[in-house]
Ligand binder design. Structure first.
Ligand SMILES: Nc1ncnc2c1ncn2[C@@H]1O[C@H](COP(=O)(O)OP(=O)(O)O)[C@@H](O)[C@H]1O
Ligand SMILES: [Mg+2]
Length: 434
């Protein structure tokens, strides 16, 4: 049963109406915080939870309850809000979290010296509300030692967040080791993660090899695409995380390990648990903090700043001086739904920057690249233009394809297009094609 994932190992809850008036308090909440239910019903939520710093509409936030620092998750129940305490400071055994105040102090310190970290949240572009919320929560999570589960569609920046969290953590001077769980075949999982001793199996290196867990010692182990871990491997990983000890394949001694785990997934792990594809115990182990990175279409305000950021990046790389994005391309970018998120945006800009001539990136630079071609399913989201433009674009597209397919041989291209070579030359000149 995973219907109650949010209730695992929590510290009770408060039920509050729209005005913030306390309507119910769970018995375990009263017990854990030594509160008398009758005394607080009808009172304000702010009398119980203090320092709800910058809460706004966040689902998970920090607060202080009877002088205890807590992390609280809010969920909706009809028109009521349920405030559930999911982490209580002092609960070191489970979460090893540092206090709320410490987190805020560190955050302030990091603001003063932003260049000290190799990776920081400054490198994560985007000032939309959704992104700022994610960054703020990540900043606070960073200072703790807790396991973090990053969820979000592919290309939203999960790995970037993982690096930034590491870069803001007290572990920042120790290794950040990334493992793509989808890329390791089941039978190699153990030797990749835990390492092996000399002669552990045929084909193994003579001198043995340390595993990723060992390499991440005192640092952070980033387990990307965690949902793709084979079921058996999940159990082995869980054991290592629980016992905080790792033994190399073929070895006899186990080593104490101190690593922080950040896992990422673009799938609904809770759902996979229900389907029996992901181990519930490992899920709970990872699900201490879940941080959702919003898709690009949910933060349209970030699209142009990101586009200009990538333009600057490729300006340096390709030695270009692009400064503008023409209005039509801006319009298209803002209306497109970006199924591949920031990764796709970066690729589109890269393609355009390969083709662009001059200081303005325009629709033609990206529209006629080989990947966003007319038969791409994404094509339908490009706004319809005047017939004249549509015809012109179709003509340019056909000519570019013909030239590509004939390796630039114009005679051959003209034959493919069943037009006269002179006509092809005229069109190439007219459209300024290369
Ligand atoms: N907010 C952002 N600011 C700058 N670059 C970003 C941002 N989000 C993603 N990227 C870039 O987009 C690409 C995909 O990001 P990545 O973290 O690998 O996504 P995911 O792990 O979610 O698939 C990377 O090149 C990354 O640097
Ligand atoms: Mg990734």
């Amino acid at each position: 049963m995973v219907t109650s994932i949010h209730q695992v190992e929590d510290w009770g809850y408060l039920e509050v109406d729209e005005r913030g008036v306390l309507m119910d308090v769970s018995p375990d909440f009263c017990e854990h915080f030594s509160i008398n239910k009758e005394d607080c019903l009808g009172g304000s939520i702010h009398d119980i939870i203090h320092g709800m710093y910058g809460r706004k509409r966040k689902k998970v936030f920090f607060g202080v309850i009877t002088k205890i620092n807590c992390i609280i998750r809010v969920t909706k129940k009809g028109n009521r809000d349920i405030y559930r305490v999911i982490v209580r400071d002092g609960d070191i055994e489970h979460y090893e979290m540092v206090s709320f105040m410490h987190a805020i102090d560190l955050q302030k310190m990091n603001k003063k010296k932003p260049h000290q970290n190799k990776y920081s949240f400054d490198e994560i572009i985007g000032n939309s509300e959704a992104m700022n919320n994610a960054k703020e929560l990540a900043t606070r999570i960073a200072t703790s030692n807790s396991t973090v589960l990053l969820t979000g569609e592919s290309g939203t920046g999960k790995e970037l967040f993982a690096q930034a969290i590491h870069g803001m953590s007290p572990r920042k001077n120790n290794p950040f080791i990334a493992v793509n769980c989808a890329a390791i075949p089941g039978e190699l999982f153990e030797s990749e993660l835990f390492g092996y001793e000399p002669g552990a199996f045929s084909g193994a290196k003579k001198e043995g090899k340390p595993g990723k867990v060992e390499l991440a010692m005192n640092g952070t182990l980033f387990l990307d695409e965690i949902s793709e871990l084979p079921y058996e491997a999940q159990g082995k990983l869980l054991r290592v995380l629980q016992e905080k000890e790792v033994e190399r394949v073929g070895g006899t001694v186990s080593k104490h390990i101190d690593v922080r785990i950040i896992a990422a997934t673009n799938r609904d792990l809770g759902q996979l648990v229900e389907e029996g594809k992901f181990r519930q115990d490992l899920f709970y182990r990872l699900f201490v903090f879940d941080l959702l990175i919003p898709s690009l279409r949910e933060r349209i305000d970030d699209i142009l700043p990101l586009a200009f950021y990538f333009i600057d990046y490729f300006n340096v790389k390709f030695d270009h001086e692009v400064k503008h994005i023409d209005a039509r391309l801006q319009d298209w970018m803002l209306n497109y739904d970006w199924p591949g998120n920031v990764r796709e945006l970066k690729a589109v800009i890269e393609r355009g920057m390969n083709i662009v001539d001059g200081d303005t990136l325009s629709m033609n630079d990206i529209y006629f690249s080989t990947q966003v071609s007319t038969n791409s399913p994404n094509r339908k989201t490009v706004p319809l233009q005047s017939l004249e433009d549509e015809v012109r674009n179709a003509e340019i597209n056909a000519i570019q394809r013909a030239l590509q397919e004939s390796n630039g041989d114009r005679t051959l291209a003209a034959q493919k297009l069943k037009i006269h070579i002179a006509s092809l030359y005229r069109k190439i000149a007219k459209y300024n094609l290369k």
